[in-house]
Write a protein that binds this ligand. Structure first.
Ligand SMILES: NC(=O)c1ccc[n+]([C@@H]2O[C@H](COP(=O)([O-])OP(=O)(O)OC[C@H]3O[C@@H](n4cnc5c(N)ncnc54)[C@H](OP(=O)(O)O)[C@@H]3O)[C@@H](O)[C@H]2O)c1
Length: 469
């Protein structure tokens, strides 16, 4: 074999699919996996007859690559990435490129960018979205790190990215962990949208008595219009799938405890650190946690009571649909607000994230496409622009949105994402929030001072108390 064009380290679900994708674009791909058996299985299985070459020794893998070498890592995030980077460090030449495509924390990517850079290795932290199918056919790629490395690497991996209207869903977002920062915002939005869809399902199922198959059909219908999105289409397909063994919808046989790998939590932590409110994303993360607190959930079993008749909803289900639409929209707006804060550190254009989210990724949707159109030439804070341009729509959705939260609550169905999105919106459109009372009480017990509407400066009051000395 002459030198390989690119190397893929890690042959799990994503690494295998991406190696096949790269090869389908005409590249010679070298592959390596910690467990050699997996490499052998891949080479003799899916990669048979293709320009994919397996290595069981790391040195041979590295030496097989043309220079500057490009090594794409698809391994478990965290310590494994540091361990592998340490293993590679003595084998790389100045200018070689390592692309970490796992779900790494953006702060780790900031650190690795600096550490590798000091040794002459060009590091790229790559957020990838699209799951296995995306990795195989065209993912959305959010890249940060060494800019010259991006230019070199894009020539090879760019053709493997998803395409939306002739534009590749791959972009550079800035130094260090910028790409992984954008990816955690993506995942935060993903959590919120999934929770909102689950709440619509819960209401239709438990308060109105629809079957899973019927809800699947309703979602399928909605996914043809304003709510068109990968996640709603996925939910529709899942709800309609019948388990061949039991002849029951498989979804009904699944334990109601949602797992998480941490990227949702990271998006909430980033928001807290940067001083950005993302209540719907937070609600979604917390609801996953609550779903696993089975002991707590069993204390007061309380079956819901029907609030909506199926006949009413058969005629008009806009109550549920509008609430979902508003919540989905505000999940993206909250993510955009977090991107605004990240953009101040990394210097990217927020609209660029929406551009690469239009295809290939899990949160692709009509809403993303519309937000991109609104934001691509807009000036100022993207979240403010996104809200201003959607005010009329949100006002129109408001009665049904409010009605859904009220009806679901009275039926005993929790709607943390939908209700928090509503509260977020009500807070934004309130000219005055009760934070004045909070400031006053803070000053009352802790002399924390307050600002006044009628005078400049900071003030303290004794609030009429007699101070004993
Ligand atoms: N699955 C998705 O939809 C998706 C989407 C976007 C991003 N990601 C991210 O992409 C990365 C890979 O995901 P995946 O779904 O392909 O995972 P996976 O199927 O679980 O495969 C994990 C890979 O990591 C390797 N690995 C684990 N610990 C290692 C260590 N200490 N040293 C060297 N290699 C090690 C494993 O090697 P062995 O075979 O030797 O165990 C295996 O090749 C993860 O960071 C994940 O979060 C996944």
């Amino acid at each position: 074999m002459s030198s390989a064009d690119i190397g893929v380290y890690g042959l799990g679900v994503m690494g295998e699919a991406f190696a096949l994708n790269l090869e389908s674009r005409g590249l010679k791909v070298a592959v390596y996996n910690r467990t050699a058996e997996k490499t052998r299985q891949f080479i003799e299985g899916k990669a048979r007859g293709r320009m994919i070459y397996g290595f069981t020794d790391l040195k041979g893998f590295v030496q097989s690559l043309s220079k500057p070498r490009i090594i794409v890592l698809f391994i478990k995030a965290g310590k494994p990435v540091d361990d592998v980077l340490a293993d590679l460090s003595g084998m790389l030449d100045k200018g070689d490129i390592v692309m970490d495509c796992g779900n790494s924390h953006y702060r780790d990517s900031d650190r690795r960018f600096a550490e590798l850079g000091s040794r002459g290795t060009r590091f790229l932290g790559v957020g990838i979205s699209g799951g296995e199918e995306g990795a195989l056919k065209g993912p959305s790629m959010m890249i940060g790190g060494d800019f010259s490395a991006y230019i070199d690497a894009e020539r090879k991996v760019g053709p493997a990215a998803a395409i939306f209207e002739n534009s590749r869903c791959i972009s550079y977002f800035g130094d260090g962990g910028a790409g992984h920062f954008v990816k955690i915002v993506h995942n935060g939005i993903e959590y919120a949208v999934m929770q909102a869809i689950a709440e619509a399902y819960d209401y239709l199922s438990r308060a109105a008595g629809y079957s899973s198959l019927e809800i699947g059909s309703i979602f399928e219908e909605w996914a043809k219009g304003e709510l068109r999105s990968f996640l709603l289409q996925a939910a529709a397909q899942v709800l309609k799938y019948v388990d061949p063994d039991t002849q029951r919808p498989l979804v009904e046989l699944i334990v109601d405890e949602a797992e998480q790998k941490g990227t949702g939590r990271w998006s909430v932590e980033a928001a807290l650190e940067l001083g950005v409110a993302v209540p719907t994303i937070t609600a979604a993360v917390e609801q996953r946690t609550l779903s696993t607190q089975r002991g707590l959930r069993q204390i007061t079993p309380c079956p819901p009571h029907a609030s909506a008749t199926k006949r009413e909803l058969d005629e008009d289900n806009t109550l549920v649909r509008d609430a979902l639409r508003a919540t989905m929209l505000l999940s993206y707006v909250q993510g955009i607000s977090l991107l605004d804060a990240g953009a101040r550190t990394y210097g990217f254009r927020v609209s660029e994230a929406l551009r690469v989210w239009r295809a290939g990724c899990i949160i692709r949707s009509r809403i993303v496409e519309e937000l991109y159109s609104l934001l691509s030439y807009a000036q100022g804070e993207a979240a403010t622009v996104a809200l201003e341009k959607n005010l009329a729509l949100l006002e129109e959705l408001m009665p049904n949105w409010f009605g859904f939260v009220a009806q679901a609550s009275s039926a005993g169905i929790p709607t943390p994402a939908t209700a928090s999105a509503l509260s977020y919106y009500l807070s934004i459109r309130s000219r005055r929030l009760p934070a004045n009372l909070i400031q006053a009480v803070r000053d009352y017990f802790g002399s924390h001072m307050f600002r006044r509407l009628d005078r400049e400066g900071y003030f303290h009051s004794d609030w009429g108390r007699k101070v004993e000395r």
